[in-house]
Design a protein around this ligand. Sequence first.
Ligand SMILES: [Zn+2]
Length: 204
Amino acid sequence: MNIIDISMELNERTIVWKDDEPPKLIRLARIPDAPVNFTWLDFGAHAGTHIDAPYYLFNDKWKSDEVPFEVLIGDCQVLDLTEADDMITKKDLQKKDIYLKRILLKTKNSYDKMEKYNPEHVALTEDAAEYLRDLGVILVGYDYQSFERNGECKIHRIFMEKNIICLDNLRLKDTVEKEYKLICLPIKVTGIDAGPSRAILMEE
Ligand SMILES: [Zn+2]
């Protein structure tokens, strides 16, 4: 059994949404000046690898702690879309044999060194999102802060209307196009729109 960590490192250097503050890891106490090492964390719920819960756009839908484990754990497919330079379209997805309900989209973004926010990151078209939704997908993973370059949330709305979970900020360069078992566990912060997560893939 091989385990691949597809999570992003979360620290002061983590690239976050262009309008957000970078994460702060405040070192409140450090040995030997203090008896313990103790760190205070201060960052947005969408920093680093995280799930977006449908509550992000809909008050009456799942919050991040309410998303069932049955969605977050199970077989998934990585789709290699690294040939796309700009947008992933429905046509790109139609070339793939999509037969599972958890889909991770591997793009050039996974090779970005993540030294600064890239406003031109590879993104998803609306028809691509609608195509995945209509296939009955329950979780879509992506390798950047958002499927979208602007803050309009059109893609998020297409997914979240159907309770499709978005798993953002994955690092997929160590994966290939095939089936894996996904385990993604958001921390149990209650009542909010997103859950910072550790996400791993397992392969036989
Ligand atoms: Zn998010």
